[in-house]
Ligand binder design. Structure first.
Ligand code: HAM
Length: 426
């Protein structure tokens, strides 16, 4: 039969063992920080009914228009979508389980998201997010606390090259007044609009401000600004966040052009950006999404949250090279098969009872090969369970790494003492 070699799906990555320590470090650090602010985990399915996202994220967004993995369930005709983001799914779950009535919820989730984008460095079709949502809280203090928490996370991870950009989208009436002014302005400049902008003119004129088209920059820069339409309350909401950030020593810049690519936001929007990753430098994005809860069938409520692109942060950690990689084992047990392997297994289990990480070669194998494997494993000590020594009721211990102070020469110890001796040396 012809041998067929398979490859993964384009834009979807394998996480290989050599990166595991980076993912684990990120997860452990992040959960540690989140717990200090009272957040608990929520898990929702990877598949949702497509309407959750068309409603939640918005019909006229890049995600819904061209990036969703949607399909018809051939068994029952359901329209399903691989989640492109987590917020809509979490709100769906909160509404469904009635968790928002008169209650505040602080939750986080971690897992794969799917967007059919053009793959490039930092942009994948399956990627992972750590998402965080605080719901049921109207006050700007929670927005500020969240940003302070994210800043704490960067510090705990050792990331220094990150900056915060902040903006407000105001409330619905303000956005509608601004939208009206924008449409009038773009109509007056119609000859400068590209195809994308033309298509969005009436459905989502705000997104035109996001254009990367150099020919439109001057026109877009001179467009009416939402700031000019913000009422006192919206301005005060943003100012309160600024006051709290400043008091906490969190640096930020106000970017009036920051609008974000999802439709559910109001008031606060923000992104954390690094210059160390090339074009895909946004490692975290979020904001307030009060309208979303009602849009997804709940009673009017409040929400604010963010998501971190984990692949991007992992790449930063890999480049920094500061996260130590733990070897797979502390002790490598070498034996001659047969009876010696039975004893090797017994001693290995006794070591594992005390939390020691142990590798044993399964089955009979040559001494040289086992020594090589022991070395490659990164283990600090080799434990020799061989016929001659065992006959005397003894085993051998030898340090494998330079810098060890004990067992620098292979040393014979009583079999029943081996575990204690190793625990003392580790
Ligand atoms: P988002 O800005 O679409 O927001 O995604 C958040 C982060 O996910 C981005 O800043 C980026 O780091 C990462 N990301 C997005 N797309 C990709 C991709 N194709 N490949 C790799 N990384 C990617 C949201 O998803 C909102 N749900 C955030 C939120 C939560 N807002 C309120 N609560």
């Amino acid at each position: 039969m012809k041998r067929e070699k398979f490859t993964g799906v384009k834009g979807m990555n394998d996480m290989l063992p050599q990166d595991a320590h980076l993912w684990h470090f990120f997860q452990k650090t992040a959960i540690g920080v989140l717990e200090r602010y009272g957040y608990e985990e929520i898990r929702t399915p990877i598949l949702e009914n497509t309407r959750v996202f068309t409603r939640g994220v918005g019909e006229v967004t890049d995600i819904v228009e061209k990036e969703m993995y949607s399909f018809t369930d051939s068994l029952n005709g359901d329209q399903l979508t691989l989640r492109p983001e987590g917020t809509s799914a979490v709100v769906r779950a909160m509404n469904e389980h009635n968790l928002l009535y008169g209650a505040q919820q602080r939750v986080w989730y971690m897992g794969p998201m799917f967007r059919h984008e053009r793959p490039q460095r930092g942009r994948y079709r399956q990627f992972h997010q750590l998402g965080v949502e605080a719901m049921g809280i109207a006050n700007p203090e929670i927005d500020a606390e969240m940003l302070i928490m994210i800043n704490r996370l960067w510090k705990a991870l050792g990331l220094t090259d990150v900056r915060l950009e902040l903006n407000t989208l105001g409330n619905l009436e303000e956005r509608q007044a601004h939208r009206k002014a924008l449409i009038e302005y773009f109509e007056a400049n119609r000859e400068l609009l590209d195809e994308d902008a033309e298509r969005r003119l009436y459905s989502n004129p705000l997104r035109i401000l996001d254009t990367k088209n150099p020919a439109m920059q001057d026109m877009v820069n001179a467009a009416p600004r939402l700031t000019d339409y913000l009422g006192e309350e919206s301005q005060a909401f943003l100012n309160r966040i600024e006051t709290l950030l400043t008091a906490a020593g969190v640096a930020y810049t106000i970017n009036p052009r920051l609008v974000r690519g999802l439709d559910y936001y109001n008031h606060t929007v923000f992104e954390w950006i690094t210059d160390s990753l090339g074009a895909q430098g946004t490692i975290c994005g979020g904001g307030r999404y009060d309208p979303l809860i009602e849009m997804l069938g709940g009673r009017a409520n409040h929400g604010v949250g963010f998501a971190i692109g984990m692949e991007r942060v992992i790449e930063l950690l890999r480049d920094m090279g500061t996260v130590p990689q733990k070897p797979a084992a502390d002790v490598y047990v070498i034996h001659h098969g047969g009876e010696t392997e039975v004893e090797a297994q017994r001693l290995s289990e006794a070591l594992r009872d005390s939390g020691v990480r142990v590798l044993v070669t399964p089955g009979q194998a040559g001494m040289k090969g086992q020594m090589k494997k022991a070395d490659a494993s990164g283990a600090r000590f080799a434990l020799f369970v061989t016929g001659d020594e065992l006959a005397r009721g003894a085993v051998g211990i030898k340090a494998l790494r330079a810098g060890e102070t004990q067992f620098t020469e292979q040393t014979e110890v009583a079999k029943d003492e081996a575990v204690n001796q190793l625990l003392g040396a580790l």
